[in-house]
Design a protein around this ligand. Structure first.
Ligand code: SF4
Length: 604
């Protein structure tokens, strides 16, 4: 491996850079030298190996004579999956422990090894299972993997998945959040290593398994009853978890109070791995003033909810509890509390048609009661053991053809306004779990190619399509655009930095509440207070405060905040709040904001 690294360094020194083709060629040459069919070296091994030598054998590493500039290029070339941090932050997804859901939607997976709606073959779910669903262990493992892949991890977005966050006991929710912050605060210390060791031992003492073979064996009987429809997920869960001595023993210490969480949050404000975004998932019918206060106190900045459809006939056929009015109320409240809204919308539900889906989505992105900030639009996947699987066997549901599906998603993409981001077009369900229907993971690419083929790429306005991402940008010529729009209870202003080629380099969401909002809801803010719901500047995640070639750290964020303050002042607001993440509190203090309850606030 040393020889391979040295050849790569030679190439870098000679040519000044290392292309993907050069890297492939060098790795292949070294594999071929063995004159056997075995692949001795893989690209993904290179960066971890380089880092290990630098850390554990500094004398050997010094012999390689790698200066700082060469190392920067080497890490960039060896970094795996650059998209993962292209939007400016490293994302860590964690899963809560198996738990029931008050609803029972027809298509919702019933994997007893997971919280309702998740499947144990999904990548984040596999990681969670190996970590006993423990938040500390999940974060520690993920941080380690991201560092090994060469990603900066000083700015982290936490995504907590698990169906309905609000259904878990309050003590568990606070403990879970505390452990996430604590894992980031202690990362890389002896304390973290000891905690990981002791925590694993504690779960093993309780008798909780984490290997696939044992878990499959333990749950085979109960899963067979769920799949046959003789037991519901919730009934099976009681037997497998609520009455399990192992899980009851672990639950006894999975709880804590607000003081413990707030201490970790304060420590995170200046930690090496700061939380700059915190996403929690729940259901529209679980959104209330009280639940949003709770989420905010935990540190959340974005709420993820499943909408799936707004058509009453489709909702009822799929046993969805959240009616359009419930969805509208949830979206109003989430926005008024300052959170970003990440919503899920599904095509091809039972009773849907391609034309109906296109019209349904169009209503979602044009009716002022909804207008999401972010949306995941994906085809309904048929998973065994669900009510939808029975409907398929009875001939009441069939998957759309690929042509129909692409047609729906093309129309949805073209209908999406410039202030909405389509974050995904598929869910991470493994092809093994999908009985029929789309199994292609590059669905988004297919949709974008079709849009290109139709010559309509210029008409795509959604955010992700326009993100500057890993491309360099010319900061001199970016221009600031304002896109105002009205929702039922707020006037929103979407401020965006746009490059000459139409790419988006950063944006801000400003929310100006209308007086009616305070008549309808008990809000934690006053009628003369505006709200900054999101500030995002793109560019490859870089070390805080370091000079970079991307869009970060060029004052674009600061200028967005200044312009939002001007707009709010001109509109007659006396103060402005920002829904800052714990790790961005310091940044807003430097911009003149002070800590004020659930938010940070500035007089205008
Ligand atoms: S609300 Fe979500 S988690 Fe609950 S049953 Fe429906 S899809 Fe599944």
């Amino acid at each position: 491996m040393d020889e391979l690294i040295l050849d790569i360094l030679d190439c870098l020194r000679t040519t000044g850079e290392l292309s993907a083709a050069d890297l492939n060629r060098i790795v292949q040459e070294h594999n071929r030298a063995f004159r056997d069919p075995v692949r001795h070296f893989a690209k993904k091994q290179l960066l971890p190996y380089y880092r290990r030598v630098k850390r554990d054998d500094p004398a050997r590493w010094e012999g390689w004579q790698v200066d700082a500039a060469t190392e920067e290029k080497l890490v960039a070339a060896l970094q795996m999956k650059p998209r993962r941090t292209a939007s400016g932050v490293a994302t860590i997804t964690v899963i809560t422990k198996p738990w029931t859901c008050a609803n029972n939607c027809l298509y919702c997976p019933n994997d007893i090894r997971m919280p309702k709606s998740y499947l144990h073959r999904e990548p984040a779910c596999q990681r969670a299972e190996r970590a006993f669903f423990d938040p500390y262990l999940q974060v520690a493992a993920r941080l380690h993997a991201l560092v090994d892949m060469g990603h900066p991890t000083d700015k982290v977005e936490l995504i907590v998945l698990g169906g309905s966050w609000t259904d878990y006991p309050a003590g568990y929710r606070i403990w879970f959040a505390r452990e996430l912050f604590r894992a980031l605060n202690e990362a890389g210390t002896d304390r973290a290593a000891a905690c990981v060791r002791d925590r694993r031992a504690a779960y093993e003492r309780c008798g909780i398994a984490r290997d696939d073979a044992t878990l499959s064996r333990q749950t085979a009987g109960v899963q067979a009853r769920i799949d046959a429809g003789t037991e519901t997920y919730n009934e099976a869960w009681r037997e497998a978890y609520a009455q399990s001595p192992a899980w009851r023993a672990a639950s006894a210490w999975q709880t804590c109070g607000w003081d413990a969480l707030e201490a970790e949050q304060r420590a995170n404000e200046t930690a090496a791995h700061r939380v700059v975004g915190f996403v929690m998932e729940t259901r529209p019918d679980a959104i209330s003033e009280a639940s949003l206060r709770d989420l905010r106190r935990l540190g959340a900045t974005k709420v993820q909810i499943g909408i799936q459809s707004l058509r009453p006939d489709v909702l009822s056929a799929n046993h969805r509890a959240a009616e359009p009015d419930t969805v509208a109320r949830a979206m109003e409240l989430i926005r008024l509390f300052g959170f970003k809204e990440h919503t899920h919308f599904m095509a091809n539900l039972l009773g849907a048609t391609p034309e109906g889906d296109i019209a349904d989505y169009r209503a979602f992105v044009t009716d002022p009661r909804y207008l999401p900030d972010e949306v995941k639009i994906y085809p309904c996947a048929l998973v065994d053991g669900t009510g939808l699987a029975r409907a398929w066997r009875d001939g009441r549901w069939t998957p759309y053809s690929e042509e129909e599906l692409v047609r729906v998603l093309v129309a949805d993409t073209l209908a999406t306004p410039p202030y909405t981001r389509i974050s995904r077009m598929i869910r991470d369900i493994s092809a093994q779990d999908i009985v029929v229907g789309n199994k292609k993971t590059n669905l988004r690419q297919m949709v974008e190619s079709e849009i290109e083929r139709q010559g309509r790429a210029g008409a795509v306005r959604e955010i992700r399509f326009r993100e500057v991402g890993t491309h360099d940008m010319d900061d001199v010529s970016v221009r600031l655009d304002a896109v105002p729009y009205d929702t039922t209870l707020t006037r929103e202003v979407f401020l965006q930095w746009v490059t000459p080629t139409g790419r988006i380099a950063g944006f801000l969401r400003l929310s100006l509440p209308k007086p009616g909002a305070f008549e309808r809801y008990k809000l934690p803010t006053a009628p003369d207070e505006a709200m900054i719901r999101e500030v995002h500047v793109y560019g490859r995640a870089a070390k805080l405060g370091a000079a970079t070639h991307g869009a970060q750290h060029r004052g674009l964020g600061r200028a967005l905040v200044a312009r939002a303050c001007e707009i709010a002042r001109e509109a007659g607001y006396a103060r402005i709040n920002v829904i800052s993440a714990v790790g961005t509190r310091e940044y807003y203090r430097h911009l003149g904001f002070s800590d004020a309850g659930l938010y940070q606030r500035k007089d205008l």
